[in-house]
Design a binder for this molecule. Structure first.
Ligand code: CO
Length: 477
């Protein structure tokens, strides 16, 4: 192999992160290379797609892959690793029958015209494939899906405890992938989207096992909303012009996400709700843009500041199709950290870029959520081309620190504060990193302040690229 080929194959080696995991059952004790801080004694859990087919049927999109939890329990110089699939209805159907039984994000079970005709009469269920964020519903640990489905799991054994259902008339609506847990009020806020003759967004509060609406607003064309903004006083839905026609939604033979169209002429609408009364306070409009992930939002004097990672179009969704992500290094668009500034008295909105570097999979330290904050962590990449190949620490003033190692591809960072932290970045950053040259994964521990490596714990094989992670201190699980 010539040098050029060798370089090309090394650079595209992130594709090992989009293969089904083998073996499915696995436990291993990993040994630290380096020094793990003695206070780091909790458990790091990541969730992500880890099986990309049902029988001989390949799934289409990264978000379609069946969710698997991976648990890393810190124990001195060692980390105990274990994994387990989230036992959603969609996963167990695929496992037990070798067929696809649910409508996934971008793959529909109907393959033939006959299937499609039948499915119009008895549509297959929308997936409950919970391969997304790890959140809290009160004291229940939950993983969520791009659907109404959410699944409670045991952070110790990773066993599926329960498929979450609510005894209310909001059932059947699409639930935002990123509900937000507010530790100050011990409640989780989420957004439900109804795609029907009378479409709506409903902001809900989940506490004590119950879900109650805070506010609801009718919409003509619902948008694909992966996350939203929360502050102590406000909930803000950013309605991108990536919208679905509700009148053809149930009749279409296209998959869920393929039914959304980019309509930039609509612009972006911000729906600002009072969090306690549910009153819609304002709906200022902006230029058209798209985002998957909000970063943080907070109130400061007479302004509401809202940070998110924006794209000029929703191309990022298409770029996560498995055909594209496994082979095409150059089509992953670059998200930019952008701050929207809303004046609370007249709700005028302006925006500016906070950092020059492309950024995705954002994370902040948990105790700064809904509060003024200084640091965003995330994954980055070279401006054009390449998969996410570096970890970034971005100060909201714009200065950026980077961790990078050739042919490695870090997953979403998780910020773990030190006990009684002296500063916001006093602690460690955890990330599950794919090592493309050795074809294995390792857990990386970075010093939060210097962003340099403290330790790594290599596995002997690769783990599929994760979507989201969470750290649980010893008293949490
Ligand atoms: Co997400």
């Amino acid at each position: 192999m010539g040098t050029e080929n060798r370089i090309a194959s090394r650079e595209s080696s992130h594709a090992i992160g989009f293969r089904s995991v083998t073996p499915e059952q696995y436990e291993q004790t990993l040994t630290a290379e380096g020094t793990i801080p003695s206070w780091l004694t909790g458990t790091y859990v990541v969730n992500g797609p880890a099986k990309f087919e049902a029988g001989d049927r390949s799934l289409s999109h990264w978000f379609d892959g069946f969710g698997m939890l991976h648990r890393f329990q810190f124990d001195g110089d060692h980390v105990h690793y274990r994994r387990r699939f989230v036992e959603s209805g969609a996963y167990t159907h695929a496992r037990d029958t070798d067929t696809l039984g649910y409508r996934e994000f971008a793959t529909d079970p109907s393959e033939s015209c006959f299937d499609r005709a039948v499915s119009l009469l008895a549509p297959p269920s929308v997936t409950d494939n919970a391969n997304g964020p790890l959140v809290r519903y009160g004291d229940r640990h939950v993983v969520t899906a791009e659907s109404p489905g959410a699944i409670e799991f045991d952070p110790e054994t990773l066993a599926t405890v329960d498929r979450i259902t609510f005894d209310d008339d909001l059932a059947g609506q699409i639930s935002c992938a990123h509900p937000q847990y507010d530790p100050l009020t011990d409640e989780t806020i989420s957004v439900l989207t109804r795609i029907a003759r009378q479409s709506s967004y409903t902001v809900v509060r989940i506490a004590d096992g119950e879900r109650e609406p805070i506010s609801s607003i009718a919409v003509d064309r619902p948008c694909y909303m992966h996350s939203f903004a929360l502050t102590p006083t406000y909930v803000v839905l950013v309605e991108f012009p990536y919208v679905v026609n509700p009148f053809t939604f149930r009749l279409s033979d296209r998959s869920f996400i393929e039914q959304f169209d980019w309509r930039p002429e609509r612009g972006t609408r911000l729906l600002v709700f009072d969090r306690s009364s549910g009153r819609l306070l304002a709906q200022p409009r902006m230029d058209a843009f798209f985002a998957l992930h909000h970063v943080n939002a907070f109130e400061q004097s007479d302004e509401l500041l809202l940070d998110l990672l924006t794209y000029s179009t929703p191309e990022i969704v298409e770029a996560f199709s498995l055909d594209s992500i496994r082979t095409d290094r150059s089509s992953l668009p670059s998200g930019r950290l952008r701050r929207l500034r809303l004046t609370i008295d007249d709700w005028a909105v302006s925006s500016r870029s906070l950092a020059a570097h492309p950024l995705e999979r954002p994370e902040i330290v948990g105790h700064r959520r809904t509060q003024p904050y200084q640091f965003v962590y995330g994954v980055g990449k070279r401006d054009t081309g390449s998969f996410y190949d570096r970890l970034l620490k971005v100060e909201t003033t714009g200065s950026t620190t980077c961790w990078h190692e050739p042919a490695t591809f870090p997953g979403e960072p998780t910020a773990v504060p030190a006990p009684a932290p002296g500063s916001e970045d006093d602690g460690v950053i955890l990330s599950l990193v794919l090592d493309g040259s050795d074809e294995r994964s390792f857990v990386l521990v970075l010093d939060g302040e210097t962003f340099t490596e403290l330790a790594r714990m290599p596995l002997d094989h690769p783990i599929p690229y994760p979507r989201h992670g969470q750290y649980y201190s010893t008293d949490e699980c």
